[in-house]
Structures are given as C-alpha cells and as structure tokens.
Ligand binder design. Sequence first.
Ligand code: SF4
Ligand code: SF4
Length: 538
Amino acid sequence: MALEKPDPAHLAAVDFTVPRRAWRDLPVEFRKGTYNYATPRRHVEALGLPNPREWQPHDADWKLPPDWKRIILDGMQDRLDRYRSFRLFMDICVRCGACADKCHFYLGSGDPRNTPVLRAELLRSVYRRYFTAAGRMFGPLAGARDLTEDVLKEWFYYFYQCTECRRCSVFCPYGIDTAEITMIGRELLSLVGCTIQWVVEPAANCYRTGNHLGIQPHGFKDSLAFAAGELEELTGIRIDIPIDRKGAEVLLVVPSADYFGTPHYYTLLGYLMVLHEAGVDYTFSAFASEGGNFGLFASHELMKRLNAKIYAEARRLGVKWILGGECGHMWRVVHQYMGTMNAPADFLEVPVSPVTGTRFDHAASTKMVHVCEFTADLIAHGRLRLDRSRNDHWNVTFHDSCNPARGMGLYEEPRAILRGVLNHFHEMAEDTIRERTLCCGSGAGLGTDENVEMRMRGGRPRAMAVNDVRTRHGVNCLACICAIDKATLPPLLEYWVPGVEVAGVHELVGNALVMAGERPRTTDLRGEPLGGTGAAHA
Ligand code: SF4
Ligand code: SF4
C-alpha cells in the first residue's frame, strides 16, 4: 500500500549535525517510508535463489539459515578471490572524505552512514575483522568488527539506500567505486535470502515472460499493434512493427516500460517513427522483450543470465547487430560487464548504419548501439526532416541519467538530438550534469511506494537543480533517456518542483519529425496541441 508523502518542508530541513554516539553504536531503525519490502517466497523460488520464505525487514526474526555467518564469510572470500576491484576497494580508502558530500542520499538525509565512505565502511569493517591480520589481532582498534545480525540488518538498510549511481566515484582520488561495493554487499545479502521485492520480482518476471513487467507475448504484441494504430491516427501513415522476424538486419530491444508505461510510451512512438522514416530493416523479439536488467541490482550471476537472453535472441533471429532503446541499467550492463560476461558476440557484425554508412566501432565487442547514437548520426547526416517549432510548447532541460552518463559516457548524442529537434533548451548547473549528474534517487530497485520518504530525500538535489532552471528560464520539461527516470522523476518533480513534465528524448524527436506523406498534424505525441507551425507541413 502506498504511504502518504511527508511534508516537503519537513524533508527540506535536513539535519547535518554529527551524532554524538559513534556510528557503530547506533542501531538501525526500519522506519516506514525509508526501506523496501522483502521478496516474497514465490519470486525467490522462481529464480532458484537461497532461503525462500515470507519475512519483512521490520521483523525481529529474519529467519536466516543456521549457518548464515559462514555463508556470508565464505561468499566474501570467494568474491575477494574473484574480483580484484573488490579487494582493492576494501584496502585502499584513505578516508579523505572527498566523497562524503557527493551522495544524494547523504545530502537528502544528513545520515552519516549515507556518506559513501561510511557506507563502504559497513562492509570494510567486517572485511578487516576476518580477512586482515591487523583486524584479527586488534579488532576495534584496527577498525574491525564482528559480523552479527545487527550488522547484517545495517547492510540491508544502507545497501538498499544506495542507487549504485557512481557519482561518488567521480570525486574519489583513488577511483573507489562505492556502487561496486554496494553490489557486493547486496550479493552477499542475497546468499542468505535477504533481497527486496522490487529487484527480484522483475527479474523473476523476466524468466517467466521475457520482461520485467511480466507481460505475456500476446500482451506485448497487442501493445505494439496499439502503438501502430495510434501513429496512424496521428500521422495517417500505417507502419509495420515486426516481431520475431528472422533475417532482419537489426534486433530492437527496449525497456518494457516503453510499451506499457507513460511517459515512456511516447518514447516508443518516437523510435517507431524514426525507424520507419529511415527505412531500417528491424525486428522486435517477444522473448527478449526487455532491455533492462534488474539482475544488476541483485547479483553478477543474475545480471549475466538476463543479459544472455538478448544475445540468444539475436542469434536465433539471425540479425547483424542490436539497437538498444532509452534505458539506464541496460547500458551499464552492456558497456561495463558484457565484455567479460557474455562477449565477444562474434556471431554478430560490427554495427553499421544502413542509412548513413557510419560504422559504430566502439560497439565492436558488444555489437549493440544506443538509439541516441543512431538517431544523432541520422540528424548529423541530414537524414531526418525536422521541424523544431513543433516542440515550442516545451522549454527543456536534460537530465543525464546516471548509467548512460557515468556508465558509458553518453553525453553529447542526446544533446545533439535535442538541439536538432527543439528551440528552447537550457542546461542545469555544471556540477549537476554530465559525469557529475545527480541521481533521481530511485534507481537500482528503490523506486517503490513503501520507500517514498527516502526517494524524495535522495531525489531532492536533482529536483533543486531543475528548480533552478525553472526559476531562471521557465523550464517546463525535463528530458531523459532512462526508463527508471521516466517512472520516478514525475512523482519527484510533482513533489519538489510542480509544473515540470518528464519526456524521453525520442518523444521530442517524434514531435519534430516530419514524415513523408503525413497528414496535417495538430497535436504532439501526447495529444496536446503542437507548439509551432507543425500543421503547416502537410
Ligand atoms: S574519496 Fe575515496 S579515498 Fe576518500 S574517503 Fe571517499 S572512498 Fe575513501
Ligand atoms: S553510488 Fe551513488 S548512491 Fe551509492 S554511495 Fe555513491 S553517490 Fe551514493
């Protein structure tokens, strides 16, 4: 059940006073609105994960396996052996504090355990106790502590108050990536069955139906058919949307929210219009009907299994390469992990745009191109007819979604597209965009109703940067390229900055795109009156 949102004035009054008691002595309080619910037994069983049961974090008894401590410590040893980065991150932090005020959850909550350095210390203190000579000998004097149930509960609370956004890593002089530490922390918790529903249920749905939302193949097909009907009504043009067509040149993979949620759906319409207009020979897959990968938020193993599905479908359908939609964590997985998980995808070809001939050499290993890269290339080559004035009802700023930004460096292409499709664009402050972008506060599986207070707190720095351009430039639209952002930014902005809408970049492309043979258009993809002279382009 959704909780009532707290008063914004209350959340804006963040108390940064350092607690008088040491952080180790402060017990974790599972207060409503600040944590996520546990995974029900059926979803844990669906994925074959350990310790399926019914429980909740606010329960006194977490029903852990009798040998839970051994399982965690063995799991830690295994990961120290397998991941060099994990061992390094455990050893090299000098506690300089440069990362401390860079986390949106600390800025929004004032809780010291939400500073990246202390979040990592939750795990590091246990590492010292069991895996270093100093920790074994000197215990607390060496910053070590025993692994207890209270420590485990603290891990759960704070590793599920990190969106794995990696903003802190940009500012760490040693390049320590606290998101990776959070990933390991969550993975260790999952070994004893401590996971959250909003991560594991979507992953289980992917196993059952091919996508996070659990949409059956016929629902997927109906949704795309509905989109074709809407586009015909809007433009007078009937477009073909192929599904599971063997021998197509390109496999199109999008986040499932694109064909079942709003404002995502308008992004989907935008892709379909561009691909039709550019004459691309593509197909969807009913089996790989999800680009997103909630496995990333649970464990490396689950991430690998979900990622493999996309490539299995590319092989089955005999395509040459893969085009991926506006998604966040899909791209983090593809760019940062695919290369050593499931690649190289040698059975595919290095992607080449069939329209412009551009060869996307940076995708030589993954064979997967971002739709913004593809469309920006079309625009750069003058291959799309665009009427910017059709977006004149929007005064736009751009939110660099954490994963495409810090996970793959996709900074220029969305901006090049926006410059090509609209007249009114204003950047937010320099220290809140590009690699320094601020998180929506609800990524990595935290975008739940029960966690609403923490989401509003964590998203406040982003919202304040939007508020700044709204005040100075009258911005009324925040564009972004992540499905989670499109779900979580609207309630965040409604809470902190009412009057600013959220749109996908390809929605704005769809508004501006003048299709060959289209009938006079009077509305945008949302059915709102067009901003400019769009109707004149019949
Ligand atoms: S900036 Fe890096 S080295 Fe400094 S405290 Fe944070 S994680 Fe440790
Ligand atoms: S990865 Fe993001 S959410 Fe996690 S500690 Fe760093 S800044 Fe905070």
